[in-house]
Design a protein around this ligand. Structure first.
Ligand SMILES: *Cc1c(COP(=O)(O)O)cnc(C)c1O
Length: 335
């Protein structure tokens, strides 16, 4: 099977499994796991922050960040289709009494700052207290423009907001734009990074921020059930991913570009411009669920239908040769 449903379907490489096997471990709830400590330090260093916190999932990482930034009755401004608003079960509201203030994203994935400014509530007891602006990079495969990132810091400062980045795929953004990842992280007080997406680790995310922020976030991690014991076994996979799987993201981007190019040649298929490892297309050819079934029967798995489009994701389990096969299969199904 060639699996294009998500970059979360990657399996640990043998080198990664070997690193996991060899990992030196301890009880991380006691602060005793040297491998977790190494991963947290490595991630924080790469992203230019003081400290890191290893968590089982990106959802928990974002949740701990939101709970650290905001209290009960506070609100955060967030994109209407951002993961932290749309795909995390309303966790910030459920666990933190934090109200989301969603807003439409622009076509490039940014939140227009002039519009965001209008959503910052006045200091008046009728309103929730607006505390935080939450962005996502990449967002639906798009890289936030550098010029935009230059503006968000001063915007946050002038509106007395904190800044959180859901950087689940920030390394894709860095590789695609040629920017240093720490530069992309720089404007933000906290950044969450997924190790289990294109970087290919089986489990885990790291939340990076200041030492004081991470200390507080660890309180929320424990409370939400994310304190783990000999988690160095998992952290070792994360270290291997950060050391060996960042620059190769360029291959995934190239494969996605080639896939998009090939699909666009099929009549009746409209493909969005590709920036990283995600291809979105719309088509007049048949019911997407039926197409997905036809593709599955010949060895290609594709994901669900999102916002009227089909999403295809490349990752380290998909080769350039696989892409050519996928294109042959698409041509035969659509013709
Ligand atoms: C996958 C993802 C997350 C959450 O990660 P999980 O580990 O699946 O909980 C957060 N934000 C974005 C943008 C993601 O793609």
């Amino acid at each position: 099977m060639i699996d294009l449903r998500s970059d979360t379907v990657t399996k640990p490489t043998s080198a990664m499994r070997e690193a996991m096997f060899q990992a030196e471990v301890g009880d991380d709830v006691f602060g005793d796991d040297p491998t977790v400590a190494r991963l947290e330090e490595l991630a924080a260093g790469m992203l230019g922050k003081e400290a890191g916190m290893f968590v089982p999932s990106g959802t928990q990482s974002n949740l701990c960040a939101l709970l650290t930034h905001c209290g009960r009755g506070d609100e955060y401004i967030v994109g209407q289709t951002a993961h932290t608003y749309l795909f995390e079960g309303g966790g910030a509201a459920v666990f933190g009494g934090i109200q989301p203030q969603p807003m439409e994203q622009e076509a490039d994935g940014t939140l227009l700052l002039e519009k965001a400014a209008e959503l910052v509530k006045p200091d008046d007891y009728h309103y929730a207290r607006t505390r935080l602006l939450c962005l996502e990079n990449t967002t639906w495969g798009k890289v936030l423009p550098a010029a935009y990132l230059d503006q968000v810091g001063s915007f946050a400062e002038s509106n007395a907001l904190s800044l959180h980045l859901d950087g689940a795929r920030i390394f894709n953004a860095a590789v695609a734009s040629g920017e240093c990842v720490s530069k992309l992280a720089d404007p933000f007080d906290s950044v969450s990074v997924c190790l289990s997406k294109g970087l290919g680790a089986p489990v885990g995310s790291v939340l990076v921020a200041s030492k004081a922020f991470v200390k507080e976030a660890k309180h929320w991690r424990k409370m939400s059930g994310g304190g783990m014991r000999q988690s160095g076994i998992l952290a070792a996979a994360g270290i291997d991913a950060l050391k060996n799987h960042v620059t190769r993201l360029a291959d995934d981007h190239e494969n996605a570009r080639r896939l998009a190019e090939g699909l666009a040649e099929i009549s009746g298929v409209h493909v969005d411009p590709v920036q990283t490892n995600m291809v979105f297309y719309q088509t007049t050819h048949g019911d997407p669920a039926v197409v997905a079934e036809q593709l599955r029967a010949v060895g290609v798995l594709i994901g669900g239908y999102m916002g009227g489009k089909v999403r295809l994701v490349t990752h380290l389990g998909v080769t350039a040769g696989d892409i050519e096969k996928v294109l042959r299969v698409f041509r035969s199904v659509f013709d």
